[in-house]
Design a protein around this ligand. Sequence first.
Ligand SMILES: [Zn+2]
Length: 418
Amino acid sequence: MMGLTAVEVEIESLNNAILAAENWSDQYRKDPDTHAKLIRTESRLETVLRRYYRELSDRAGTLINWYAYHSRLSQITAAASDDIKVDVIISDDALGKEDGLFIQTIFDPIAQAVALGAISGEKVYTVDLGITETSAVVQQTARDLVGQLVGKKIDEHGNITDNPKAQFRIGDKTRADIRQSISTSLALGEDQATAVERLKKTIKNPKRAGTIARTETVNAYQGGLLRMGDQSGAVGKEWQSVNNSDVCGTYANLGVVRIDYVYDPVSRLKAPAAHPNCRCGLRLIYPEDPAAANLNNTKLDIPSDDLSIGYHGSGNNLSNGNYALGDAFYVTRDQATAAEFGKVKAYELNINKSDILFISDNKQYADLVAEALRKYPGENFNTAFPKLVLSKGYKAVEMSPSIDPLGGVAIVDQKLIP
Ligand SMILES: [Zn+2]
């Protein structure tokens, strides 16, 4: 790992004390040893990110195509500056390289936090999978988390490709900052040196290093814990919030849910952190835990409700022609999920919940698929599945977000299709 300057060491040890004094969920306190290590990892991540943003700020000038900047500058008047498309002024090549540098900066601390989550789970629940930082499961979880952060997919050989489904991208924030700064410079008619100074100040933003470090360390730790639980036979989980006034209180109130439960279908949230500075934890439920009994008789999923308005998104073909529920008219219950499929249109549907076949888990889904193919031999899945749903007396079929966050509601009754 990189050598630290004396100032960085000083800041890091102060930061350790501040972080340790925060209100963490009880789950972390059950294993004080890994918790102390987690805090040190969080501080270290903040140090390397501060350094990254400082160096990015030093490189700010290289992110700009100055020829394009100057030619725009000579064309515009202050009044017209709002219409300027500044994206052509940003160097995509230079900004693309930043993703790689960012990944290099954060990968090790993130992998450490994933490993700590898994190791603390092994201790607290007395299972022995022998997980270390180099375990394949840790490395894979870390690659997924880091990839999500930059909107990329990283394979086991370290190859990086675009991930079109990324929920949020660190690089997009940098790009937005550059766009904002350059727009201002253009409007003010600034020369290159002044524009670079403005850009440097915008990018430096030391607060961002702290926010990313705090959120992503918890994400990584809980991600490691959850994967460890999954691999060692945990059947459920319970969100332990530290502040009931925020969204985490709602998740905690759900009590014990299945291990694969998705708390927020849009962000596909399965574990903390739910927001910056979230210090919540997960309690894992193994079959021998008395709470596991609740898993069988509690309604765990968002129940299928009457569907008065459905949102249909079109334009982005995410499914590549493979529809999880066959050929049908697909809608979602919220606009944000529909927006993942493209342009959103709302439809008044007024379908009663008794007309919707709700699929709440993977086994139920697999059984229905097998039944459809058995019942309609010679037909393919796309036509057989909607027929089966109709034959059971339903007009639509809905997939729980815990199986597929983008599954939505497939309307199979032709009369109801708008
Ligand atoms: Zn929280």
